[in-house]
Design a protein. Structure first.
Length: 403
């Protein structure tokens, strides 16, 4: 049975042309795995056996503008079709009397895990499962395909971390040992960041992958100084991470900033992921959230002033809602009021999702200062008076400024 795929009639037409030319097209990778896990695939990959690059490109070009992408491997895209077409590299054995099993097995052996080594023939729907990946999916188990090829890409350490968290699978002890020896010193920060992005964005329990990383004493390699925390401290932090991972966010960068902030909350100096995160916006936002969280935890006898001050500092990129999400996820720390009371008060003040607007504007300061630095200082002082003393009358604020 062939799983649901984008534009199935078009894909079948291409698969038939490939077969007529002496090749065979197989749906492989995550789309097949997700099909058997009853999940919606995030991407689709078709592996073409028995054809040269030039012939495949010629066939694809008949069904839309086809382009080759990537430098290391032969990957092709067809305009309007969200499927990645590729050719095994190095080439696999040719079919024997129409049987492509050996070819599929050779290509699958280069994959990382058995659950990713499944292939479905796009002509007759035959499932090729050379390493027992279907049984491993049914038994919720993570296993390697081939010991000899597993270390071809050291990044597989972090891919396994992500799969543990994303699919909540039990890992084969031998796979852990294979991962323990992988050296990522030569892997680019961008690729490492990509795997942590997947861990945080695609999993509802990222803690599972990080606990596994810690079990091999490799957590500090990527997320120093988390490895210096006590077991209860690390457990509390990763449970908070899981609670935040299931929340809804406006976009991926917002979610990443919140989750990275949870990992770094209350830690002084270099924060976890400082050398991994390449997105400057995420770094900036994470720093802002951590600074405001620290201020929230110190507290203030004037709770309204504290909340208004933080709402102002967070605006316009953030708001108290997201800050309190982090604090509520931890549900601990030195504070003057429990998190639920903080949220309730922020709602009452009308500042949960926005700052309190300043009452005094530059036009109100004519006669007190000319436009420039002095006026800026007066506007800042006026707003400070407004939120510190809870004054809702512009005239009263101006009187205090003039006093």
């Amino acid at each position: 049975m062939i799983p649901e795929i984008p534009k199935p009639d078009l894909v079948r037409a291409i698969a038939r042309r490939i077969a007529d030319a002496g090749g065979r097209a197989f749906l492989v990778g995550g789309a097949v795995r997700d099909h058997f896990m009853a999940r919606n695939p995030l991407d689709y990959d078709v592996e073409v056996h028995g054809l040269a690059e030039e012939k495949l490109l010629e066939i694809l070009d008949r069904h839309g503008r086809a382009v080759k992408v990537g430098k290391s491997f032969a990957n092709f895209l067809v305009s309007g079709l969200p499927i990645d077409w590729s050719i095994p590299d190095p080439p696999t054995s040719p079919a024997r009397d129409g049987d492509w099993s050996d070819s599929v097995r050779e290509a699958a052996a280069r994959r990382d895990l058995t659950i990713n080594a499944l292939a479905i023939d796009l002509i007759d729907g035959t499932l090729h499962d050379p390493f027992g990946g279907k049984a491993d999916i049914d038994n919720k188990r993570l296993k390697w395909c081939d010991k000899e090829t597993f270390d071809l890409d050291p990044l597989r350490l972090l891919r396994v971390m992500g799969f543990i968290a994303r699919f909540e699978l039990e890992i084969d002890p031998e796979l852990t040992e294979l991962c323990r020896g992988l050296d990522l010193s030569g892997v680019s920060a961008e690729r490492i960041e990509g795997e942590f992005d997947k861990l945080l964005l695609r999993s509802s329990r990222p803690s599972l992958g990080l606990f596994w990383l810690g079990s091999m004493q490799r957590l500090g390699e990527f997320l120093a100084p988390l490895h210096t925390l006590t077991v209860p401290e690390l457990f509390e932090r990763l449970m908070a991470l899981d609670r935040l991972a299931i929340e809804k966010y406006a976009d991926d960068e917002k979610e990443l900033a919140v989750l990275w902030a949870a990992l770094g909350a209350g830690i002084e100096g270099v924060l976890p992921g400082e050398r991994i995160i390449q997105r400057q916006k995420v770094l900036k936002w994470r720093a802002s959230l951590c600074e405001c969280l620290a201020e929230l935890r110190v507290g203030d006898d004037n709770l309204d002033y504290l909340l208004k001050r933080l709402a102002h500092r967070l605006s316009p990129d953030w708001d108290l809602h997201h800050l309190l999400l982090i604090e509520e996820a931890f549900a601990c720390g030195a504070r003057k009021a429990p998190p639920i009371e903080l949220r309730k008060r922020a709602i009452e003040l009308g500042i949960l999702d926005k700052e309190e607007k300043p009452l005094v504007k530059s036009g109100d300061l004519k006669g007190l200062a000319e436009p420039g630095p002095k006026m800026g200082r007066l506007l800042k002082e006026a707003y400070e008076i407004q939120i510190r003393e809870g004054i809702g009358d512009k005239g009263e604020i101006l009187s205090k400024l003039k006093a």
